[in-house]
Design a binder for this molecule. Structure first.
Ligand SMILES: [Zn+2]
Length: 307
């Protein structure tokens, strides 16, 4: 009887729990994506125990850029009791944010290197150009190609091998970076500089699909997506669609590689509709657009705080 009572209690508790995926974005480079500033306030308001479940090995097994090509890597999960409901209620939102950000700090490539996990699949660098879209040797964009175990710049001919333990090894010895997240971080700095110098601009033709209900995604037509200091602007469908989204609307961008095997995708929208935009040209723009959206949000947040 005790067991039944305990089980009923546990089920009741489970039903009343809230499961969150606060990062709400897949990582491109294997490091953490930003958490919303409001998270600390929300956790404090709930006054509930906080438990974190973190998977380990999932990125190495199936990184987003690698197009559904599964590697032979074990995946496990670790559960950590973070704080009690009383502790959550007694801490400031900033303090809770600090604790959660520390817990959400990770680097899957570093984990692979340190654990010596061998990924010897011959396709391990396929699609890596989606993350590392800019050559650090010659500075050109959209000329990178990840194929097999090798990443090549078609502009200057520089080549890197993604080693079996997760390092980038430059063929010439002058590869600048040997770590994927450091290269990605440099790309972020470059985008930030473009934004500050007002030279950043995305302007691509897109196929547009819309989510307006829970039944399906509707293909509605073609259009043009632009992104710059004023945010996103999507037009199309023979003049029937005109949607703008300011930089302050989101701290990050929902974008994805090979989304449901349809193509690379940038998603914008509001409470009425989500617009899934599939760039038809322009190369590997998805990662750069996410970086730009995140940096623009930071830049405009500072301006908003000053005014
Ligand atoms: Zn190059």
């Amino acid at each position: 009887m005790t067991l039944v009572r305990d089980m009923n209690y546990a089920v009741k508790k489970l039903r009343s729990s809230i499961l969150m995926y606060p990062e709400a974005s897949y990582t491109f480079d294997g490091t953490a994506t930003p958490l919303p500033d409001q998270l600390g306030r929300f956790v404090r308001m709930l006054k509930a125990p906080v438990v974190m479940i973190k998977t380990e090995g999932a990125f190495a097994r199936d990184p987003l850029y690698n197009m559904l090509q599964i590697r032979d890597v074990k995946v496990s999960a670790k559960m950590t009791y973070v704080m009690s409901g009383e502790e959550a209620a007694s801490k400031s939102p900033e303090e809770i944010n600090r604790i959660l950000r520390d817990l959400f700090s990770f680097d899957n490539f570093r984990d692979q290197q340190q654990s010596g996990t061998v990924i010897d699949e011959p396709f391990r660098a396929d699609g890596l150009n989606r993350v590392l879209y800019k050559c650090p040797v010659c500075g050109s964009e959209g000329t990178m190609e990840g194929k097999g175990a090798v990443l090549t710049c078609k502009s200057c001919g520089s080549r890197w091998t993604l080693t079996e333990t997760g390092y980038l090894e430059a063929e010439s010895g002058k590869g600048v970076f040997d770590h994927v997240p450091e290269w990605y971080s440099w790309e972020r700095q470059c985008v930030r500089k473009e934004l500050e110098e007002d030279t950043y601009k995305l302007d691509v033709p897109v196929l547009i699909r819309m989510l307006v209900d829970t039944r399906c995604i509707y293909t509605v037509g073609e259009g043009r997506l632009t992104h710059g200091p004023e945010g996103f602007h999507l037009t199309g469908c023979g003049g029937m669609l005109d949607f703008s989204l300011p930089p302050s609307a989101s701290y990050s961008l929902y974008s994805d590689y090979f989304w449901y095997e349809l193509g690379d995708m940038i998603c914008i929208g509001d409470e009425n509709a989500l617009y899934y935009c599939f760039p038809k040209e322009g190369g590997d723009v998805v990662a750069k657009t996410r970086l730009a959206a995140e940096e623009l949000y930071k830049m405009t947040s500072k301006k908003r705080a000053r005014s």
